[in-house]
Design a protein around this ligand. Structure first.
Ligand code: IMP
Length: 517
């Protein structure tokens, strides 16, 4: 039924049709409230960025060298989002960062460090020192990988250095084990039950029918995960093996003549996949371009199961192009980033909300997810972005967190962290030039126009604090729109444009603020 409301407050299609040809961004619009029987705290923010990767909160951290390395990615995954590890480092370092996320407390360790019975305890101590292990219990296996026993940390002491592992290990028949077939659908619950029945034992080894070692559970990990499952409404983002999820950024590697170097691409992605990466992100300033399309197609052909995120584009054609090449998610945003100067330098880009609407139409038709990348400065922007997108990517909002790379610096009594665009001169010098279609190894720096700035962000506490505030704000938005989840938000969203007076009215005004928002 047509009401006065429907003349004024328009659903997405009507609103953007009425504003065709006008570039709008978050602050240009507001959302109208709807009748609601939904309490904000009861709303679900669950989303997905591919058929395989579900998230409890629709937020990912940007693949920028001042935003996401392993600490950020771990914090993001623990809070139900996901972090994208940047590529402004050597491949080996990037793989190490991915490994740190994938080996962070998880259920069953499928590749536990092992020792053989012929070693001495002195040898074991040396192995621990060399590898920097923070533990000293080891399954003992024979040369083929069959379980022989377990060395407990208590005997790995210098005073036993000359003793043979074979003489001090707990023999196979006294080690707590389970056949992998008996783990069932919920291995953590099974392991937890077994530990409860064997108080005082803190390692459970998993074997197959032929006694080959298949994994290890540590009591402390299992307890941690059980606490998390029973107490947290927001589930950490984990893979099928209970490891935290993370993504990693991949450049378009090129030969000096500009052709894509498929060997380098293959090697890079193969190593990331071997390290357990959940998604690769082919992140460039101009995703609707031949090289990015070729890369996505190549990765899709050779890594059929891998989640691919590609971008950035701001048009329906761009989304179709990357979807046809094989991307699962397409990243939208050219120019909205807080450190971005693309629109000033190149005169190119589309205000973000319009770009999202146009892209989302193609995303729906092609069955790919849409990620709103850049320009988000408050939780209300996320609500508006999610009326079109499946997930948002944040740079600046996370760059001030203690988990972001880089040191905290003090200036005039205030604490800051560095935050810079990947297209800034300094970041490009460290490797990200390819993202902006430059090659600093072969061209003079003076010929390259930076499209990002180097800046500072005030220190903003921990990822936990930032995400809790943001997720709470998004849940409020859903509550106002009577939406129990993100699909309902999309359905219920009705927009109105706001004037500059309306924008002024939208933020606290005509007061003396004594506390920061
Ligand atoms: P923010 O969340 O508004 O700070 O924007 C972060 C996003 O800006 C990133 O995810 C990138 O898509 C984009 N970005 C990163 N570096 C640059 C740059 O140097 N120029 C333009 N855009 C950038």
């Amino acid at each position: 039924m047509k009401t006065i409301d429907s003349d004024f407050y328009k659903n997405s299609d009507d609103f953007f049709a009425a504003n065709a040809g006008v570039g709008l961004t978050y602050d240009d619009v507001s959302l109208a409230t709807c009748f609601s029987d939904v309490l904000p705290r009861m709303t679900s923010l669950a989303t997905s960025i591919s058929d395989k990767i579900n998230l409890s909160i629709p937020i990912m951290s940007a693949d920028m060298d001042t935003v996401t390395e392993s600490s950020m990615a771990i914090a993001m995954a623990l809070h139900g989002g996901i972090g994208m590890i940047h590529y402004n480092m050597s491949f080996a370092d990037q793989i190490t960062e991915v490994c740190k996320v994938k080996t962070y407390i998880h259920g069953m360790n499928r590749h536990p460090a092992t020792i053989t019975a012929d070693l001495t305890i002195g040898d074991v101590i040396e192995i621990i020192d060399r590898n920097g292990y923070g533990f000293s219990s080891f399954p003992v296996i024979d040369k083929e990988g069959r379980l022989l026993g377990l060395v407990r940390g208590g005997v790995v002491k210098n005073r036993h250095a000359d003793r043979k592992v074979a003489d001090v290990m707990i023999p196979r028949d006294q080690v707590l084990t389970i056949n992998e077939k008996e783990l069932g659908n919920d291995p953590i619950a099974t392991a937890d039950r077994i530990f409860l029945d064997h108080i005082g034992t803190n390692k459970l080894l998993v074997v197959d029918d032929n006694n080959y070692l298949k994994g290890l559970f540590c009591l402390s990990d299992v307890e941690h995960i059980r606490d998390e499952i029973t107490t947290d409404a927001i589930r950490p983002s984990r893979d099928e093996s209970f490891r935290l999820r993370c993504g990693a950024s991949v450049a378009v590697p090129r030969y000096p003549d500009g052709k894509v170097n498929y060997d380098a691409l293959n090697e890079h992605v193969s190593n990331l996949v071997a390290a357990g990466v959940d998604a690769v992100i082919i992140s460039t300033a101009h995703g609707h371009s031949a090289g990015v399309g070729e890369c996505v197609r190549f990765v899709r052909q050779h890594f059929k199961e891998l989640t691919i995120i590609a971008g950035n584009v701001t048009s329906a054609e761009g989304v179709e192009f990357l979807a046809d090449a094989g991307a699962d998610s397409v990243k939208i945003g050219q120019g909205p980033g807080s450190i971005c100067s693309t629109r000033i330098v190149a005169g190119v880009g589309i205000p973000q909300l319009t770009a999202l609407y146009v892209s989302a139409q193609a995303g729906k038709a092609k069955g790919v997810r849409i990620i709103a990348d850049g320009g988000i400065t408050k939780s209300g922007d996320i609500v508006k972005a999610l009326t079109q997108a499946d997930c948002v990517m944040l740079g600046g909002m996370l760059a001030g967190c203690k988990e972001a790379p880089g040191k905290i610096m003090e200036i005039n009594g205030k604490l800051y962290k560095e935050y810079r665009g990947m297209g800034s001169m300094e970041a490009m010098r460290h490797g990200s030039a390819a993202r902006y279609g430059h090659d600093l190894r072969n061209s003079k720096v003076t010929k390259v126009a930076p499209e990002g700035v180097e800046a500072l962000k005030e220190v903003s506490g921990s990822v936990d604090q930032v995400l809790t505030t943001l997720a709470g704000g998004v849940q409020s938005g859903l509550g106002y729109l009577g939406a129990a989840d993100l699909p309902a938000l999309r359905k219920n969203a009705r927009f109105i444009r706001v004037t500059s007076a309306g924008q002024r009215e939208s933020a606290p005004h005509d007061i003396v603020e004594i506390k920061q928002k």
